[in-house]
Each structure stands twice: as structure tokens, then as C-alpha cells.
Design a protein around this ligand. Sequence first.
Ligand SMILES: Cc1cc2nc3c(=O)[nH]c(=O)nc-3n(C[C@H](O)[C@H](O)[C@H](O)COP(=O)(O)OP(=O)(O)OC[C@H]3O[C@@H](n4cnc5c(N)ncnc54)[C@H](O)[C@@H]3O)c2cc1C
Length: 495
Amino acid sequence: MKTDVILIGAGVMSATLGSLLKELVPEWEIKVFEKLAKAGEESSNEWNNAGTGHSALCELNYTSEKPDGSVDISKAIQINEQFQLSRQFWSYLVNSKLIRNPQDFIMPIPHMSMVQGQENVTFLKKRFEAMSNNPLFQGMEFSDDPEKLKEWIPLIMEGRTSSEPIAATKIDSGTDVNFGALTRMLFDYLQTQNVEMHYKHSVDNIKRAADGSWELKVRNLDNGSVERHTAKFVFIGGGGGSLHLLQKSGIPEGKHIGGFPVSGLFMVCNNPEVIEQHHAKVYGKAKVGAPPMSVPHLDTRYIDNKKSLLFGPFAGFSPKFLKTGSMFDLITSVKPDNVLTMLAAGVKEMALTKYLIQQVLLSNEKRVEELREFIPNAKGEDWDIVVAGQRVQVIKDTEAGGKGTLQFGTEVITAADGSIAALLGASPGASTAVHVMLEILARCFPQHIKEWEPKIKEMIPSYGVSLLNNPELFQEILTSTAQTLGLVEKELAYN
Ligand SMILES: Cc1cc2nc3c(=O)[nH]c(=O)nc-3n(C[C@H](O)[C@H](O)[C@H](O)COP(=O)(O)OP(=O)(O)OC[C@H]3O[C@@H](n4cnc5c(N)ncnc54)[C@H](O)[C@@H]3O)c2cc1C
């Protein structure tokens, strides 16, 4: 039962790490344990996330106004560069014929930001000026002309009676990514490379063995039998389930960390005529007091090769850490080492708690009212509700925020000796899986990373290079990945 690598969880993160490792060290043995019956069924599933290829082309929460009135786009640059790593790795896999039919997981779709009210319009214009001069965001357009906006977003402009100023930016190089399909494709490929997939196997405990490797207690959910598996390296890719597993490992790096679950709902359009009238991902501005991940957006999506239209997410509260988790997840994550951190966060985040309670209590009529801020003529009967995935936000003590600070990004936790790594948090999430997994490789395998570098650069030419400072390389990568992933033809075909 000994192996080189164990990946816990069959989501997009484990799939990405497994695929990178199989290219770098094909001889290493890898086992995957997933408690559900299939891969990509939790947050990575296409119905559980928004499928935005986050490259900061439309998400207003990645840019902020500085005290001097200028717009800080440094986070947007970082996220854009990280998404380019994912595009390059996916293109490498397609070019090498390790995965096929990229249209089954990635489609081009314009990314837009839309705001109302003079103050917001002024901000959007300033943001556009800061971004459109930057090579990474070339091609971004701005308009506050209702006629132009009618061309871009007819469904959103139709029936709009308010005299409030409205403006939008649009960039055509955005993408919709079906992370569920991608996850399944990657695991199908890994299985052909002798990666052992163990579905319906729950990892119940992790402990250090005498020789420094990790021993996992794994329960076969079909027959209840318990197996022991050991590995030199373990990746805890359990999504919302990762915090409990990290705590069980007992590593000091996992102490004083808590998790706060935020659930979500999307509205999905069931009227093909309405779906046909929209062709973009349109991100709005978060409401006052709302956490950044609940920014409302109206998205064209491609799911099962069919065009769909989704609106949301509406945030909510459930104590579960996974959609298929337990009502005791939150309470059992409170340990002596993190109780003060959790209590401090509870006191600090009263506004968030209040917001979430309000969201939970929203009636369907109220949700339709929020939808009408995007589609003034929306009819309630054209929309159904789907329950999205759970996001477990990390709570930790930070220098800047003090005790119990809620984090909205992803956090990589690794043991000092690099033998175990866990991924916590949800945003920007799946889009940056390749960047995050490369970080894990660098932190956990410092003894190998130099020798792996040439292969990593073959797969991901911009690895270790700033695209911002190399605009020609950026253009080259953008064009070649668009070709390989079939984004160009699809764009042309659609227009
Ligand atoms: C509402 C919502 C919207 C989002 N929108 C976007 C978006 O637009 N773009 C984007 O890039 N990202 C988005 N994300 C984030 C993205 O979905 C996640 O970052 C990503 O899917 C996480 O992948 P993962 O592999 O870590 O986790 P998951 O996909 O959740 O997989 C974890 C797996 O581990 C398994 N597991 C857990 N515990 C155990 C155990 N003890 N034993 C065995 N198996 C276990 C689970 O069953 C699950 O299959 C969104 C997330 C949500 C919830």
C-alpha cells in the first residue's frame, strides 16, 4: 500500500497537480482517493461554480481606488498572468494529444463590467484608462452611450427606464471554462497513465509514519472496510474538506486557521429565446457589505455543448464545508488552537453575517427583483434556481488585519519538509489552478525544481517570466493558445 504520491479529492486542483507530475516524473506512482462516485462533483462541477476564466478582464473586485483617486490594477495584472499559465498548460495538453476537444471545456465569450450611477461610471472610466493602456488588457472598450450598450447587451438595455448614467467595458478575449469537463478529461487521461483512481473512498485520517512518510486511513464507502495507504508526498485537494484533513495531519503550519462556509445559488434561465439574446459575461458591482465573491453577474455559459444563461450568485449560509458535507463541519473545525481566531472573526465580521442572513431569507420574488437590475423585463417563470458549491473562506491571524481576519483568496499550506500540502480557500479558484500547483511543486520539491524547469518551460513558456514586461511574448502566447484551444475559430464562427 506504499506509493510516491497520494492526491486526496478528485477536483480540478488534484487533476492539475497529477497532470503536471505525470509530465515531469512519469515513473512516480500516484493514487487518488475521492469520496464521491465520480470526479469533479463538488466545487469544480460546472453547475457549482460560475465557469469564468478569471483573468481580471471584468471582475471589479480585482481593482480598487487608491486614496489619491487613481486605480490600482496590480492584483488584476497578477490574476491575468496566472490565467495565462493555465491557458498554456491546457494548450500543451491539447497539442500533445493528452486531452482532446478543447471546445468541450473552454469557449470564448466577451467579458464585461457594468455599473450604474455617476460615481460608479466615473470609476469605471478611470479603471478603463488604467487598464486599456496596459498590454495585458489590450482591446478593452468603454462606453457610456446607451445606443452602443444596446448593441453590446440588448437584453440588459431593453426596457431600462431609469435615467441614471450607465456604462460598461467590454473585452472579447474572455473565456467561459467548464471546469467540471476539464477535471473529468484530466482524470481520464491520468487513468491511462496508470494513476490509480479510488472512487467512493473517504480519507478519514492522516498521520506521520516513523520514516517521515504519511499514513492515510481510508474508508471504502461501498463495503465499510478500512485500508491504510502510505505516501512520501500527500496533496490535500479536498476543496471544502481540506481544512479538517489539514488539522488531522497535525502539522504546525495548519494551526490557528479556521474556515467560514459561504453557500451560493444561481438563477438559470429556462427560456431559449431569452438565452439567445445575450452573449457575454457581465459583472456588476458588489452591494455594500457584500463579500467580493457575491458580485452579481449575468453569464452566458456553455454546459454540455449547450448555451445557457445564469445569474447570481446569491450568497447564503450553511454550516457544511462541502455541498455533500455534514451539518457539523463548521463546529467540528473549531479546535483549541483556532478558537480565538474564529471568535475574533465572528466579532469582526458582523456585517458579513448580517448580509448572509439577509441573503438566506431572500424570497424568490426578491431574487427576481435583483435580477431585474440586470434584465429589467425579466419574468420569474423564465428562471429556475440551482444550488451552487460551498466556498470555505479562510480565517487566520494576519499582521495587516490582526486576529481572525477573513481571507478571500486561496491559501497554500505546506509542511516545512514539503511532504504534505493543502489548498484552502476558493478565489480566484480553478482558473489559477496551474499557478497554484506550480507553487506547490516549487515549495514541496525544491530539490527537483531546477531539473524540472526545462520541461515546465516547454509546457508553459511564460513560467518564471513577467508577461507584463514582455508584451511580445504575451501576444504570442495569447494568439497561440487561442489557436490551439480553438478560441479563434469559435469567435469568428459566432460573429
Ligand atoms: C459559487 C462558486 C462560484 C465559483 N466561480 C468560479 C469561477 O467562475 N471561476 C473559477 O475559476 N473558480 C470559481 N470558483 C472556485 C472553484 O470552483 C474552486 O476553486 C475549485 O473548483 C476548487 O477545486 P478543488 O479541486 O480544490 O475542490 P473540489 O472541486 O471541491 O474537489 C474536492 C474534492 O475532494 C473530495 N473530498 C473532500 N474531502 C474528502 C475526503 N476526506 N476523502 C476523499 N475525498 C474528499 C470532494 O468530494 C471533492 O470531490 C467558484 C466556486 C464556487 C463555490
